[in-house]
Design a protein around this ligand. Structure first.
Ligand SMILES: NC(=O)c1ccc[n+]([C@@H]2O[C@H](COP(=O)([O-])OP(=O)(O)OC[C@H]3O[C@@H](n4cnc5c(N)ncnc54)[C@H](O)[C@@H]3O)[C@@H](O)[C@H]2O)c1
Ligand SMILES: O=P(O)(O)OC[C@H](O)CO
Length: 325
């Protein structure tokens, strides 16, 4: 049995810790908040972020990043905008880093795997992404993910550590594609939430998923992603999940905006991260730089900036007719 490090003790980091612990590994779960660490170790529950999940006693929470860095593999699960600062503080070792967060760094437009490679050039960097509500994974419900990495030995080792009948990693060499799917779907999930909140109906939501997928594909291909990755678990699969359920933080944020609640207030009252709100403006800039049209992303940005819902929807619907392909 091995020691697995998980860096970031929100809902997803905690669920991934449970996956590794259920496979018999000792798990070191890093959080920056000493009170959260003490509570997890005392109660074997992460009540603020993953309430109701009984955690394995093999999971030891800690604030000691150097102790976690000694693990055979480290899963990186902080909010995307905090990823670089945590990676900078993480002692450099050559063990694999598995990026499990979904977002794009605002200051650099870099994907999380690119940030990890820049901060830890000696570590193989992998990406774990897919349709994965943390509370379902923690309950042991069947889940499949993309595990992307160019280092096939590291990828096989990580798969071996986390795979279980109810948690199936599918291998891919397309790191960029796996990341772009996860980052872009969060923005599109906000848009689908708006459709729900504004009462625009199921037809509109299906249209948005399909046109959103076209948008994700245009951007992904321009950045070097493979089409089959975008159509797989980490792209279309995750898009469908998060555009279909109020269990998605991004979808529920959009639903509030669609009901007319101010985005700024909705974000201020949240404890948990809705990555799409931070990804949207970065994605709009990155798409413009790549010469890619992303009208749904631009609409989400406008709504996050406080534009009236009706006006934004009317502007989207008034765009000139065009070929579907
Ligand atoms: N929740 C899910 O179902 C899920 C599934 C797949 C991927 N993800 C992704 O995983 C990442 C983490 O999401 P989550 O759901 O675990 O988040 P969360 O909202 O449940 O918790 C966020 C955690 O990050 C911590 N945090 C906040 N700012 C920090 C900082 N500056 N430095 C270090 N830690 C900080 C918080 O204290 C908290 O423990 C996101 O990118 C998300 O998109 C989430
Ligand atoms: O709750 P969300 O919207 O952050 O989505 C969680 C996961 O990314 C779903 O795969």
């Amino acid at each position: 049995m091995s020691t697995v490090g998980v860096i970031g003790a929100g809902a997803w980091g905690t669920a991934l810790a449970q996956v590794a612990a259920s496979n018999g590994h000792d798990v070191r779960l890093w959080a920056r908040d000493p009170a959260l660490v003490a509570a997890i170790n005392a109660t074997h529950e992460n009540a603020p972020y993953l309430p109701g999940a009984a955690l394995s006693p093999r999971i030891s929470a800690t604030t000691d990043l150097a102790w976690v860095a000694e693990a055979e593999v480290n899963l990186m699960v902080t909010p995307a905008q905090a990823m670089r600062s945590v990676l900078t503080a993480l002692p450099a070792r050559a063990q694999p880093l598995v990026v499990s967060s979904k977002g794009i760094e605002a200051s650099s437009h870099l994907l999380m795997s690119e940030v990890a490679a820049a901060e830890h050039p000696d570590s193989p960097v992998l990406v774990l992404s897919g349709p994965t509500f943390a509370h379902e994974v923690a309950r042991g419900l069947p889940t499949a993910v993309t595990l992307a990495g160019e280092d096939t030995a590291a990828r096989a080792r990580v798969a071996d550590l986390i795979a279980a009948p109810q948690f199936r990693p599918y291998a891919s060499a397309d790191v960029i594609g796996a990341e772009i799917g996860g980052a872009v779907k969060n923005v599109l999930a906000i848009a689908c939430g708006v459709v729900e909140g504004a009462g625009l109906g199921q037809n509109a939501r299906a249209a948005l998923i399909a046109r959103g997928f076209a948008e994700m594909t245009r951007f992904g291909l321009a950045k070097g992603a493979r089409a089959e990755t975008l159509a797989g678990l980490s792209g279309l699969g995750d898009l469908v999940l998060t555009c279909s359920s109020t269990a998605s933080r991004n979808f529920s944020l959009g639903a509030g905006i669609g009901r007319g609640e101010p985005a700024r207030a909705l974000l201020a009252e949240r404890r948990t991260v809705a990555e799409g709100a931070y990804t949207a403006p970065v994605l709009r800039e990155a798409a413009a730089a790549a010469g890619v049209e992303m009208p749904i992303t631009a609409a989400v940005c406008a709504l996050l900036d406080g534009a009236p819902v009706r006006a934004v929807i009317d502007a989207l619907l008034a765009r000139p007719l065009r070929d579907e392909g």
